[in-house]
Design a binder for this molecule. Structure first.
Ligand SMILES: [Fe+2]
Length: 295
């Protein structure tokens, strides 16, 4: 026995997870233009992070899609019963968001194994550690994740380093998955394209500055395009998991230059990773973030 849940991703993709009873393995299906791909999905983290309200939405999606006949045969729900321990992590303040695409969707630029460990281990770890720290000072659970970083100076000393590192890691990676796409790459579009040209002179000049920020970051960190406190675009970088939000700036887009983001495929060649990463940049989402920040 098992069950499925599906949802429509932000980019209009129909995704379907099949979970097997009795263990935490599952199969992942992404339905795109009538094709179904699947691969092992080893952890129930994405599902376990769903709260009950979302789960009911999922059941509605299953029922609706099945009624419309839009699901492939392999994705017909066979049970709508959640596992007994479904609620074990639903009380956490911050939830690990599922990847909006399959682990191998960004191949050949980012390999599936890197994506699996990056999301299921590293991002999951930041999420777990952040929630554990906030349990010691629950008044901070009222803040949004971004506001928590904006107000990092008010966080008590005993959890400050943990929240700084893991709260930054949580928010940074939430953005990171969304600003990449298997349909990404090419040149920017929309308002961000105009703003980049006005600020940097050309897209190529912007890319060079951004890549320099990433290659010159010693050790682990991020390269960023931010909107600064005066509403101007700027290229910068941060160390570790520090976020521009901690410095009064808004991260429009960022590239993760920790070795865990590229070492399996690119080894020590961070420069090549930085160059190839542009092939997966989701400009639509970057533009969404820009327009939201400007509003
Ligand atoms: Fe990372």
């Amino acid at each position: 026995m098992g069950y499925f849940f599906i949802w429509k991703s932000l980019r209009g993709r129909c995704c379907c997870y099949k979970f097997n009873d009795g263990d935490r393995s599952a199969l992942y299906f992404e339905v795109e233009q009538g094709k179904t791909s699947h691969q092992a999905f080893q952890h129930l983290i994405g599902f376990m992070s769903l709260n009950r309200r979302k789960f009911l939405v999922v059941l509605g999606a299953i029922t609706g899609a099945a009624a419309l006949g839009t699901l492939p045969a392999a994705c017909q729900p066979i049970s709508q019963t959640p596992p007994e321990d479904q609620s074990s992590e639903s009380g956490d303040t911050f939830q690990l968001p599922p990847l909006p695409y399959a682990y191998d969707a960004l191949e050949p630029y980012i390999d599936a194994e890197t994506m699996r460990f990056h999301h299921d281990k590293h991002h999951a770890g930041y999420t777990k550690n952040l929630n554990a720290a906030l349990n010691k000072h629950p008044q901070f659970k009222k803040l949004s994740d971004e506001d928590l970083l904006r107000q990092i100076s008010t966080v008590p000393e005993d959890i400050l380093i943990t929240v700084r590192n893991n709260g930054g890691g949580y928010v940074n990676h939430k953005m990171f998955w969304e600003i990449m796409s298997p349909d990404g790459g090419g040149e920017p579009t929309g308002a961000i394209a105009t703003a980049i040209k006005e600020t940097f002179g050309s897209f190529e000049e912007f890319k060079q500055q951004f890549n320099n920020a990433g290659s010159k970051r010693f050790g682990s960190g991020w390269a960023w395009l931010v909107l600064d406190g005066e509403g101007k675009l700027k290229v910068t970088s941060t160390s570790n998991q520090d976020s521009p939000l901690m410095e009064g700036m808004y991260p429009i887009m960022g590239n993760d230059v920790w070795e865990h983001a590229y070492y399996l495929k690119y080894r020590n060649n961070r420069g090549e990773y930085l160059t190839q990463w542009w092939n997966v940049v989701n400009w639509q989402e970057v533009n969404n973030r820009f327009e939201k920040a400007k509003a």
